[in-house]
Design a protein around this ligand. Structure first.
Ligand code: COA
Length: 160
């Protein structure tokens, strides 16, 4: 299969929101009880409304992978310029990376991260940061494989 990586456009937003919702399950920590249906609906609305406002801005780097027929296989949503909270250093950030379950383990996420890395480097930033759910073994393995290292742990305690 020929995989094409390109910048996402406004016409792609609805499909990307659907894919992000499909993939959100893997990022729910086992500590949380959520309605998957509600979460998916909220995710779709959130992505559709936020991307419509930002997709063409210069600090936004949103890329998608598609096959030769234009079917969406995966996407990466990122941006540059926000600071890392402790050091104050501005950097690139990945806020969503989703690959259609039917097309996983074919190097699509790797290629999307590489494409975004070019964007971040070109913009002059030295680091890319992201949040990944500790129980999401595939995502943790992917990032470690690509050279990301753990810098901090985000922790939560259940109160009742
Ligand atoms: C995580 C995810 C994006 C990986 O996408 P992918 O296209 O299948 O990943 P790639 O094929 O590019 O994998 C590259 C490397 O990552 C690692 N990796 C990816 N998936 C893995 C898995 N399920 N188990 C172990 N390692 C894995 C491997 O080292 C792999 O290299 P290899 O196939 O040569 O061994 C995909 O599983 C996904 O969409 N998950 C749901 C959404 C999600 O968790 N997103 C990340 C949120 S931060």
């Amino acid at each position: 299969m020929n995989i094409i990586i390109r910048r996402a456009e406004t016409k792609d937003i609805k499909r990307m929101a659907q894919l992000a919702a499909l993939c959100i399950e893997d990022s729910i920590p086992p500590t949380r009880e959520v309605s998957l249906k509600n979460l998916k609906q909220a995710r779709i609305i959130d992505i559709e409304t936020s991307l419509a406002k930002i997709i063409n801005l210069s600090h936004i780097g949103i890329y998608l992978a598609e096959d030769e027929k234009g079917n969406l296989l995966g996407h990466l949503m990122g941006y540059v310029g926000d600071i890392e909270s402790v050091t104050g250093e501005p950097q690139g950030w990945i806020f969503d990376l989703s690959v259609d379950p039917k097309y996983r383990r074919r190097g699509i996420a790797r290629r999307l991260v590489e494409k975004f890395t070019e964007f971040v480097k070109k913009a002059g930033y030295k680091f890319i940061g992201l949040l990944v759910t500790s129980s999401n073994k595939a995502a943790v393995a992917l990032y470690e494989n690509l050279g990301f290292v753990e810098e901090r742990k985000r922790m939560a305690k259940r109160l009742f």
